[in-house]
Design a protein around this ligand. Structure first.
Ligand SMILES: [Zn+2]
Length: 433
């Protein structure tokens, strides 16, 4: 983990930290470009706040429980814990180091500092009457670790019902479970969305969530008894806590929930939860409802990024288009990699990635534009300041007139290259609307 130096900045000791999280990533496989996209975005956001002298907390980590991981481990002939340890130490942590991610913490949901607090949180809700025992039967996608509503499923050519995200058959699961009274929070959530129009971004994501909640919420099954790779329900150890309840709580347990009140107060809740849009409902519906039930403050913002598309398909390991970030950094370098994805994709929208586009922008924007700027500045420093970069002057705000005098109208790109950039930007927009 890169040092971020809360201590080395002059931020007000008592101020609340600007707290940003990535999703904790599911370690059923190695990271691909999609995971790296969100993590780099959070790194850029937090570096910007840190540079302004603000207190910052940037959290990432891994989600290690659930049936999908248990099955992956079985298929690889190791225990689930061995599987997680291997993936975290050989794939996930090294990638964030490689990409210069300055996270302040890395939480793993199999750590005791997390599992103990998850049990306390759920026990508390149970004691408050927010959780009850019931039965449930419905279509379940192991890939999503989620019961699907029948209306959400898509149909294969032979009539098989498929998960709309994974395009894989769902299983019919029947369980005796514990339920969280999510249905009671619909009106409170709608009131909250109304009072906080910026809570869910982008607008399309907000509309989707508001429409979903307006249809009425069902109570949420928060335990599983058909497998045991999870945090045991404290009052009934035949059950483990639903992996999503376990996972969402990382945002609280990592910053001192029920353990370090001082740290918790100066960090929680997150200012921004960065997520992929496929996990929007968990973060914008279930998570705030859990916090409301517990009397805790809800996050400032849930910002959903779109999908990275390769050849018109969402990129993931399961549809075989997953690309390792290292495949690109070995050619373009880490800084260019970080720059490219934030430059090329409008945050919040789907964006297509291609080697050709990366290559073209690398040459046109990094080498030609920025390279040219750097070379001119270096030449002027040589010519007018004897090769020594003068100290920055304290006048941060210059008059508009002097700014204008520096602008050279003839430098505006013209001709073929400028047009091709415009048309590329336009085609991206049309392909994502
Ligand atoms: Zn699925």
């Amino acid at each position: 983990m890169a040092a971020t130096g809360l201590e080395k900045q002059g931020a007000d000791e008592n101020a609340k930290a600007f707290y940003v999280s990535t999703p904790i990533y599911y370690v059923n496989d190695a990271p691909h470009l999609g995971h790296a996209y969100t993590t780099v975005a959070g790194d850029v956001l937090t570096r910007w706040h840190r540079q302004r002298g603000e207190k910052v907390w940037y959290l990432t980590g891994t989600d290690e429980h659930g049936q999908k991981i248990m099955r992956t481990a079985e298929a690889n002939d190791v225990t689930p814990q061995e599987w997680c340890d291997k993936l975290v130490t050989e794939a996930w942590k090294p990638l964030w180091e490689h990409l210069n991610i300055a996270n302040d913490d890395f939480i793993r949901t199999t750590e005791k500092r997390h599992t103990d607090r998850v049990q306390e949180f759920v026990q508390d809700l149970y004691d408050k009457g927010e959780i009850y025992k019931g039965g449930y039967e419905g279509p379940y996608c192991v890939g999503c670790e989620e019961y699907k509503l029948p209306g959400d499923l898509i149909e294969a050519e032979d009539g098989t019902k498929l998960c709309p995200v994974h395009k894989k058959p769902v299983e019919i699961l029947k369980e005796e479970n514990y339920f969280f009274k999510l249905s009671e929070y619909g009106p409170k959530l709608l009131e909250f969305y109304e009072a906080n129009p910026g809570f869910i971004q982008p607008e399309s994501a907000r509309n989707e969530v508001v429409n979903f909640v307006k249809q009425g919420l069902e109570d949420l099954s928060i335990s599983r008894s058909t497998f045991d790779w999870g945090v045991p329900v404290p009052w009934d150890e035949k059950h483990v806590i639903y992996v999503w309840i376990d996972a969402l709580l990382n945002y609280a347990t990592a910053v001192g929930y029920n353990e370090n009140p001082e740290k918790f107060d100066e960090t929680f809740p997150a200012n921004v939860h960065l997520i992929g849009k496929d996990i929007l409902r968990f973060h914008a519906v279930i998570w705030p409802a859990m916090l409301m039930a517990q009397g805790l403050p809800v996050p400032g913002k849930v910002a959903a990024n779109g999908w990275l598309m390769v050849g018109g398909e969402k990129m993931s390991k399961s549809n075989l288009t997953g690309i390792k970030p290292q495949d690109l950094t070995s050619h373009f370098g880490v800084d260019a990699y970080r720059w490219y994805f934030l430059r090329a994709i409008t945050f919040g929208q789907d964006g297509s990635f291609s080697w050709e586009d990366f290559s073209a922008r690398y040459t046109s924007e990094l080498a030609n534009d920025y390279g040219n700027l750097a070379s001119r500045v270096a030449a002027m420093v040589g010519k007018y300041f004897g090769g020594e970069l003068p100290a920055a002057t304290p006048t941060a705000t210059r008059s508009r007139r002097s700014t204008r005098a520096w602008r050279r109208p003839s430098r505006r790109p013209t001709g073929r290259s400028a047009r091709s950039w415009t048309s590329r930007a336009a085609s991206w927009r049309s392909s994502t609307s």
